[in-house]
Design a protein around this ligand. Sequence first.
Ligand code: SDX
Length: 425
Amino acid sequence: MAEKIARLTVDGLEGVIELPVYSGTAGPDVIDVRPLTGKGLFTYDPGFVSTAACDSSITYIDGAKGILLHRGYPIDQLAEKSDYMEVCYLLLNGELPDAEQKKAFVNTISNHTMVHEQLSHFFNGFRRDAHPMAILCGVVGALSAFYHDSLDIDNEHHRNVCAYRLVAKMPTLAAMCFKYSSGQPFMYPRNDLSYAGNFLYMMFGTPCEEYHVNPILERAMDRIFVLHADHEQNASTSTVRLAGSSGANPFACIASGIAALWGPAHGGANEAVLTMLEEIGDESRIEEFVAKAKDPNDSFRLMGFGHRVYRNFDPRAKVMKQTCDEVLHELGIDDDPLLKIAKRLEQIALEDEYFVERKLYPNVDFYSGIILKAIGIPTNMFTVIFALSRTIGWISHWNEFHSSPNKIGRPRQLYLGHTQRDYPA
Ligand code: SDX
């Protein structure tokens, strides 16, 4: 029951419209605008800048304070003390697992990492130079053909099996996208390796020789997975929720999330940051690019900067920057030229009035690409890694949506087209 009421008067409408106001456990109150429809009114919020499309208990972001909590735990604490498998369990189930629960969860995921042998034929339909995100969109959507008839979305156990399958198979499919583009044979997953170690094995191992997982890279990869796991109602997660609201197959819903993530304004930014840093090429050219980013007549934006929600540092960017320093130092590449350009660019941008005034800070994508490059991941695979990591967030939100009574999502519009007119006689 609402404790507060918002009261609205509209010119031309009699009386006061009373709208319930709800408070969450944290964050802004929300005004329930549903009664407006009965008054012949819609709300108007292109880009959903000020719209709470649902209620959720998974992730909380305070953009002004740069806070990110997963089921209440701060992202910097999870990045330092947890690991991706534990974060997956937390996001999906709401609590950290005890030792037994974690062991059982990791075992379940490890034993679902193989994909149906016939799925490998889907890859042959793509050109070898196809972008890996295009391939990933296709093959994840194709999973719905393999599990179409074994999923009652109203059955919690079925939903959990689907979540395990997706979390388990995404690294295998991601690595297959890379192997296909390089012409190397697919590597089958190994159940004796960690989630991150197995991914590195499937990416860089070959049938010709033993592959030894580098523990530094394994830890860095796991950290990247943790930092990208979930982020509230971002564009791709909202896409998954909307697709899920029609009752669509969850594998098809995740494929829709992958498609939405691909855009350079969203998950595609990590690839775009590296391309931008390589285009800048030298610290002497940074000012030129910052000027382009500030030019209202130039569509160029500083990739990896700005965020719809954060008007402070993205807490993930802070952890990513620290991880970047650690990984490059441990790998003995302290003087990485791209990292130098990135750090100088960040310093210039953070001192520039244009960025300060608009509260544009480095986001999660600014440093992630440098770490991925140091691990040996090719640039066009960066967003695939983001999609792999974010799958647990997507499927946790999809699961949350289907765990309670729900309705199909159906936004309305402000119509500016022709009013009715007759077809010429
Ligand atoms: C992700 O939503 C999420 O949670 C996403 C994400 C997740 O984990 O799921 O965090 C992942 O998508 C991170 C964002 C990655 N994208 C980029 O790094 C691309 C570069 N950033 C921009 O495209 C932009 O900042 C957005 C898309 C991220 C946010 O855009 P908004 O909120 O729509 O902001 P805006 O376009 O209204 O910008 C406000 C002003 C504008 O200038 P004015 O019209 O006021 O003069 O800031 C300017 C913009 O031109 N601006 C930039 C800029 N970002 C915004 N100017 C230069 N460079 C930039 N990067």
